[in-house]
Design a protein around this ligand. Structure first.
Ligand code: PEP
Length: 253
């Protein structure tokens, strides 16, 4: 399966900085064998869309509202993202869950709305350290998948990319933060595939893309991406630097 490497810039990079990143990145990388997605802040979507229009890089957003329009001050809809050129949208990121109180049921509405508008969700799931220490990892992931993927037409499931992001492995901007070991990440991915199989059958579970997020960087990308059930990466901190992000993309080949 073709690997997906997605940059989650979070609340970083002004418009100017976004343009200069893409110009530098495009000089280093021209890679057709990997799906590359850049998810900038909303304010940079338009300029990044313009910069990448002649390349194979795809545009993604970091969040969206589940309605197409209406009285939702400060929100952005799937319809708006699609019009501006987005192909992907990150949904259910742990920072949205923890800081902005998003729960599985809200995320499920967003997944449904994204698919209705022809956006491909990157659906994040994963446990925190306390849950892991209490032996709850599988229960947490299974519930997140069941709830967030409820009421979705089987024919649409393969448009979804699941991102396994163990919260304890997310760098929060610290470049020295430790990622999950390749073995621990692989175990999480295998479990996710088994839950998807129970929900949607073997064919879908074999073909759904499950990507890893949490302190992926040039030093560990090859090992993580070499695991049989890891189909790509969602990259936060290391994606802010064009050379580092390019190295990660090359590791996915
Ligand atoms: C993320 O938060 O999606 C992420 C993967 O961050 P980082 O790579 O910085 O751990």
């Amino acid at each position: 399966m073709k690997k997906l490497i997605a940059a989650n810039w979070k609340m970083n990079k002004t418009v100017k900085e976004s343009i200069s990143f893409v110009k530098e990145f495009e000089k280093i990388v021209n890679e057709k064998d990997v799906d590359i997605v850049i998810c900038p802040a909303f304010t940079s979507l338009n300029v990044v869309a313009n910069e990448i229009k002649n390349s194979s890089i795809k545009l993604g957003a970091q969040n969206m509202h589940f309605e197409d329009s209406g009285a939702y001050t400060g929100e952005i809809s799937a319809l708006m993202l699609k019009e501006i050129g987005c192909e992907y949208v990150i949904l259910g990121h742990s920072e949205r869950r923890e800081i902005f109180n998003e729960d599985d049921f809200l995320i499920n509405k967003k997944v449904i709305a994204a698919l209705k508008n022809n956006l491909k969700p990157i659906l994040c799931v994963g446990e925190n350290m306390g849950q892991r220490k209490n032996g709850k990892t599988r229960e947490i992931i299974q519930n997140q998948l069941k709830n967030c993927l409820g009421n979705i037409d089987k024919n649409q499931i393969l448009k979804i990319n699941v991102a396994y992001e163990p919260i304890w492995a997310i760098s929060k901007g610290n470049p020295n933060h430790k990622a999950a070991t390749a073995e621990d990440a692989e175990e999480g991915h295998k479990f996710i595939r088994s839950v998807v199989e129970k929900m949607f059958g073997k064919n879908i579970s074999k073909n759904i893309r499950i990507i890893y997020g949490g302190s992926m960087k040039p030093e560990n990308a090859k090992e993580l991406l070499g695991m049989p059930n890891i189909d790509g990466g969602l990259v936060g901190n290391a994606s802010l630097n064009a050379k580092n992000f390019a190295e990660i993309v090359q590791s996915a080949k």
